[in-house]
Design a protein around this ligand. Structure first.
Ligand code: GRF
Length: 217
């Protein structure tokens, strides 16, 4: 295999998506390796997943910086120290300025627990249940300055059940996230993803065309 893409993961909390990326990257044939994990919160539980896997786990605490720009330059510096080529935001809860986004343009991806461009922002599952939609899901996209926007790389559809609560729905979507994020990173790191204007083209796309019915047929 050609050189694996050096990947940095940005987190703020639990880190279950980080764990799914670490697990996937432990496979020899995975086209990316996680070389550093950075949290903006010192108490992020996810840092332990990195430590256990012997991956450098750094804290760049946004509260220690006077401006967003100062925080981001430190973040950028840390990523460059580890020769990072791709950045994965995994539950990273800071909005990034256009300056940082431009530095990592088309080299930074994010996972969001909805079928974008619907339900950007927080409390997606509550809003999905309130609206009564029957299918939701998760998306991985390239990062742009506007929150949860940018060319979509991959999505998973997840049915909403009648007796779902925000927690049961979140758990079902999260299970899909844990498969989707490594899949999307693999596509990007292996060079199967191409951008045409602001649309992602996947090389050798053999997506199954069967629809998902909710409720089922
Ligand atoms: C996930 O639902 C992710 O889609 C969203 O924040 C949550 C992070 O969970 N951006 P975890 O920290 O990866 O467990």
């Amino acid at each position: 295999m050609t050189q694996r893409k050096k990947t940095g993961v940005l987190i703020s909390g639990r880190g279950s998506n980080l764990k799914s990326l670490i697990d996937a990257a432990q496979q020899d044939d995975f086209p990316a390796e996680i070389v550093v994990v950075i949290s903006n919160r010192p108490d992020a539980e996810g840092l332990d997943y990195a430590r256990k896997a012997n991956i450098p786990a750094l804290v760049v605490d946004h509260k220690e910086f006077e401006t967003r720009e100062d925080f981001e330059s430190k973040l950028d510096e840390a990523l460059r120290e580890y020769d990072v080529e791709l950045v994965c935001n995994a539950g990273f809860m800071r909005l990034l300025t256009e300056h940082f986004v431009a530095k990592w343009l088309n080299r930074q991806i994010n996972i969001h627990p909805s079928l974008l461009p619907s339900y950007k922002g927080l409390h997606t599952h509550e809003r999905v249940l309130k609206d009564g939609i029957k299918i939701t899901g998760c998306s991985v996209h390239f990062v742009r300055t506007d929150m949860d926007s940018g060319p979509i790389i991959a999505q998973a559809a997840v049915p909403v059940l009648t007796d779902d609560t925000p927690d049961t729905l979140a758990a079902r979507v999260l299970e899909a996230e844990h498969k989707l994020y490594p899949h999307a990173l693999k596509l990007v790191a292996s060079g199967q993803v191409r951008l045409l204007a602001e649309q992602v083209i996947i090389e050798n796309d053999d997506t199954v065309t069967a629809p998902l019915f909710a409720p089922p047929l």
